[in-house]
Design a protein around this ligand. Structure first.
Ligand SMILES: Cc1cc2nc3c(=O)[nH]c(=O)nc-3n(C[C@H](O)[C@H](O)[C@H](O)COP(=O)(O)O)c2cc1C
Length: 188
């Protein structure tokens, strides 16, 4: 699959086919996360692949989102900013979630490429998630990802913000390029 096809195809899916997906595909997607950029090449994100049904049910409770409990596999991404803080002080606190986001996007695209679906679940009670998975208190849970195969009931893709609404030239809010051209997706 071409990169731009994977980027456009990825979408949040909250309904999963009953059959277990192949766990090897999930591990392959986690492997892709390692190739994201990280400050000073300090990769501080870790992934927990959860298959224990009871733990998955507890993660759904911690997120207060029932669909999480319907997945056969759930991946939890956890970062430890201590190395980054040692190297970069306060900036390290900022770098950890930034590089987690970059890695997570690699992971999401690699799932998409292998026909697996998920949703990035960011709403959860941290303490509950940590308790279920024995995650030390000082670490940060960056996201919960219930994973499955898409059912026949397809989820529609969300309309995305237009390019002209996110792009400025030379200064904040300036939408025009010099020489004056209004940039559109079609023109790129
Ligand atoms: C940081 C973050 C937190 C999110 N938290 C949740 C969540 O708790 N529950 C949920 O159903 N979706 C969650 N989402 C998914 C968004 O709702 C979804 O990405 C957005 O609606 C755009 O749709 P798309 O992913 O299909 O493009 C989260 C996404 C991000 C990036």
């Amino acid at each position: 699959m071409q990169l731009q096809d994977a980027i456009k195809k990825r979408k949040s899916v909250r309904r999963y086919f009953d059959k277990k997906p192949d766990w090897r595909k999930i591990i392959r997607a986690i492997d892709m996360a390692r190739f994201a950029p990280s400050a000073g090449n300090n990769f501080v994100l870790r992934f927990i692949l959860v298959s224990d049904e009871k733990k998955i049910a507890k993660l759904a409770e911690a997120a207060q989102q029932d669909f999480v409990g319907t997945a056969k596999y759930v991946v939890v991404a956890v970062s430890d900013d201590s190395k980054l803080v040692r190297s970069y002080g306060d900036k390290g606190v900022r770098y950890a979630p930034q590089q987690a986001g970059a890695s997570i996007q690699n992971f999401l695209l690699a799932l998409t490429e292998q026909d697996l679906v998920t949703t990035w679940v960011g709403h959860f009670y941290d303490e509950q998630v940590k308790e279920v998975l024995d995650i030390p208190e000082n670490l940060s849970v960056e996201g919960i990802f219930p994973i499955g195969k898409e059912t026949k009931v397809k989820t529609s893709e969300k309309r995305k913000i237009d390019l002209e609404n996110i792009l400025y030239f030379d200064k904040w809010k300036n939408r025009k390029m010099t020489p004056q051209t209004i940039v559109s997706v079609e023109g790129v």
